[in-house]
Design a protein around this ligand. Structure first.
Ligand SMILES: NC(=O)c1ccc[n+]([C@@H]2O[C@H](COP(=O)([O-])OP(=O)(O)OC[C@H]3O[C@@H](n4cnc5c(N)ncnc54)[C@H](O)[C@@H]3O)[C@@H](O)[C@H]2O)c1
Length: 267
């Protein structure tokens, strides 16, 4: 362990390749921006190809080095192809951020097995598939690596009515994170998770926007009133934590969960 590395070097991601799933918007876009700013070559892997193209073009217009690829993280064939293409497009896979996720709301009595399965297949299976194929590349390259899973505070505390599939998927992501960390640590691969609270993204706003019912708005207001820091999160609040976990600032951190919720869980 070298102790005299300058701080600037510790967060320098020059020469690193990073895949951000669901990077076309919301948290994923903010994460893509911060990692690109730190010097990484970023590949945005998203189901929505046109949003991903726009996101990559926007970041490249700021002088960053990003590419995009269409991928449905819940489909094994898609993921296999994406990881194999990624190694060619960004040179190497040093960082994987499993951010793609969905959070449809449905009360238990209305939720079908298919509804439940869909959430699990994107949020949990998608995290597993991307990690499994990326880890194979990382082990072959023998240069270590870093995986960051975007979980949720729903992984450690139930969110609200209608979110049982989501909470179950994120609880699974948390334990998968710990399990993978102990399994691949000997290869120099670190695996960590982040639990965001409520963050203003298009996905969240579409659920809580004016067109939604009053109960949901009331729930949101009461949620915000319990946030110690007194505000909802911004996507960049989470992207900064990702940068910490992706960089050598956190070189001795693995199998861990960082809660970034403005103090909601402690209130
Ligand atoms: N926004 C929040 O308040 C919040 C809180 C806790 C956790 N999270 C987690 O953060 C992540 C991002 O959330 P967000 O609010 O930015 O979401 P968002 O809906 O704004 O964006 C999600 C992105 O993921 C992509 N995506 C969806 N399904 C996909 C699939 N099968 N394959 C590939 N890409 C797919 C979408 O096209 C979109 O670009 C999710 O995992 C979510 O559970 C968000």
């Amino acid at each position: 362990m070298q102790e005299n590395i300058p701080l600037k070097e510790l967060i320098n991601l020059n020469g690193k390749g990073a895949i951000i799933t669901g990077g076309a918007m919301g948290l994923g876009l903010a994460i893509s921006r911060r990692l690109a700013e730190a010097g990484a070559k970023v590949l945005i892997a998203d189901l929505n190809a046109s949003e991903a193209r726009n996101a990559s073009a926007e970041l490249n217009s700021l002088g960053y080095d990003t590419k995009f690829i269409e991928c449905n993280v819940s489909r094994e064939e898609d993921v296999k192809e994406m990881i194999s293409d990624a190694a060619k497009i960004i040179g190497s896979i040093d960082i994987l951020v499993n951010n793609a996720g969905i959070y449809p709301r449905k009360p238990l009595e209305e939720m079908t097995g298919k509804d439940f399965e869909q959430v699990i297949s994107v949020n949990l299976m998608g995290t597993f598939l991307c990690s499994r194929y990326a880890i194979k590349e990382m082990i072959e390259k023998q240069q270590g690596g870093c995986i960051i899973n975007i979980a949720s505070i729903g992984a450690v505390h139930p969110s609200s009515t209608g979110m049982s599939a989501y909470d179950a998927s994120k609880g699974g992501v948390l334990m998968l994170t710990k399990s993978m960390a102990q399994e691949v640590g000997s290869h120099g691969i670190r695996v960590n998770a982040i639990a965001p609270g409520v963050v203003k993204t298009r996905g969240v706003l579409s659920q809580t926007g004016a067109s939604q019912d009053r109960t949901q708005l009331r729930e949101l207001k009461s949620f915000i009133s319990r946030i110690a820091l007194g505000r909802m999160g911004d996507a960049d609040d989470i992207a900064r934590v990702v940068l910490f976990l992706a960089s050598d600032l956190s070189c001795y951190v693995t199998g861990d969960l960082i809660v970034a919720d403005g103090g909601y869980l402690v209130s």
